[in-house]
Design a protein around this ligand. Structure first.
Ligand code: ZN
Length: 414
């Protein structure tokens, strides 16, 4: 075919545009395979809402996610994932190979809830409303992931890179992100190029991971009679000195950095010098350097407080202290102008995202701290009352969350 010079230029431009478009979620929407997958996601939504209820009624208290994990492993196998396994931290892992092994995108949601064993996890349905502890956080994330897997399968869509799906353990509270830490440090070490956590509801996008240090600090001394043994260092008074020092910390407001002495206890009687006092302290920041700085100040304050108390009483006692780290959630963030966040924003806008980036403490904290591209997204629908017994999830148009996750997964698995 003859091409005039002008037409040749146009055809070069359109070839370039086609290549560029392949990276862009909005253009990806024109692909027949994606259209088929999006239709499948919408068609299957009612089924996965039933699954959301069923999975949520399998209790998954902190450190006891195993029964729910086994059910997720069964579903991963049924949906055709390869090499479905449960790692030593209890994470359920399954692979959907792409044309190439890399990049390997991990898409995850968490198995655990904040609710203790024995909590009534029966879900009540009222119209589009589902009510039950954990129904949004994170049973929604788990089924959004299942909806993505099934839609990709039904559309027979081959991604360029590989997607590894994970239902992980220990996201909440003292679980301390142990599942995700194990993924990055052990079971998938060196094999994760990008990471999406689906946590909670709506079309939210979280690019900042608020980190925290949590301590239980125990002060000890011999103790004695308040009158008869007067003149010896006092563990609770040493703790009082430490609390006064912590209270005087100057911390940045941006990035927001916080500290809190949340619980105290100790002593046996008003007329006894205590042999023990303890406190629980929480410090947080979205910035890893600020978090390290406040942690360093905290450790120094505790030691100085004990030294001052012992000097005050001429080392009669004396008091000793042992700060025990009971929680560590690493801090980090993915820059708004990074490829993964720009792609997430573009994919989300198609489905009605408001454009606001959020801060949070989720499984993405771990990769963000390691500078591995990571983002946390909501699973669609609308949630209220997370972490309370009144938790509810409105399924109205929740398929949009599944579709957004699908477009994002295909966009990033390349
Ligand atoms: Zn969650």
């Amino acid at each position: 075919m003859h091409c005039s010079p002008l037409l040749r230029v146009i055809s070069l431009v359109s070839t370039y545009a086609a290549i560029a478009a392949a990276q862009d979620p909005a253009q990806l929407m024109q692909s027949p395979e994606i259209k088929a997958a999006l239709e499948a996601a919408k068609r299957n939504e009612a089924h996965f809402i039933d699954e959301q209820v069923r999975i949520c009624e399998i209790p998954a208290p902190p450190f006891k996610e195993q029964v729910r994990a086994e059910e997720m492993a069964r579903l991963f196998k049924q949906l055709g994932l390869d090499n479905v396994r449960i790692d030593k931290a209890g994470n359920v892992i399954g692979t959907r190979p792409g044309a190439a092994a890399r990049p390997n995108l991990v898409m995850s949601a968490h198995l655990d809830t904040v609710f203790p064993e024995g909590t009534d996890v029966k879900v009540k349905r009222e119209g589009t409303l589902l009510k039950g502890p954990g129904i949004g956080d994170d049973c929604r994330g788990l089924v959004t992931m299942l909806g993505v897997i099934r839609a990709l399968k039904e559309a027979n869509l081959k991604t360029q890179g590989t997607i590894t799906f994970v239902a992980d353990t220990g996201e909440e509270g003292l679980g301390d992100l142990r599942g995700t830490k194990n993924l990055f440090n052990d079971s998938l070490k060196g094999q994760i190029d990008k990471f999406i956590s689906i946590d909670g509801t709506g079309l939210s996008v979280t690019n900042v991971g608020v980190g925290s240090y949590r301590y239980r600090v125990t002060f000890k001394g011999p103790g004695g009679h308040s009158f008869g043994a007067f003149g010896m260092a006092n563990p609770i008074q040493a703790m009082g000195r430490a609390i006064a020092k912590i209270d005087a910390f100057e911390v940045p407001t941006n990035p927001k950095t916080t500290f809190n002495v949340g619980r105290v206890g100790g002593g046996t009687s008003v007329n006894a010098i205590p042999f023990e006092g303890w406190m629980e302290v929480d410090m947080r920041s979205s910035d890893k350097n600020s978090l390290e700085a406040v942690n360093t100040k905290f450790k120094a304050a505790v030691q100085e407080a004990v030294q001052e108390e012992n000097r005050r009483w001429n080392n009669r006692g004396p008091v000793t202290v042992s700060p025990e780290l009971v929680g560590l959630r690493p801090a980090g963030s993915t820059p708004p102008d990074s490829a993964i966040i720009q792609t997430t924003i573009a994919a989300s806008k198609i489905f009605g995202f408001d454009g606001r980036l959020r801060e949070g403490s989720t499984d993405s904290n771990v990769p963000m701290n390691l500078d591995i591209p990571a983002v946390t997204i909501g699973g669609g629908g609308m949630g209220t009352g997370a972490h309370s017994l009144n938790e509810a999830f409105d399924t109205k148009d929740s398929y949009l969350g599944t579709q957004r996750a699908l477009v994002l997964a295909v966009s990033l698995a390349r």
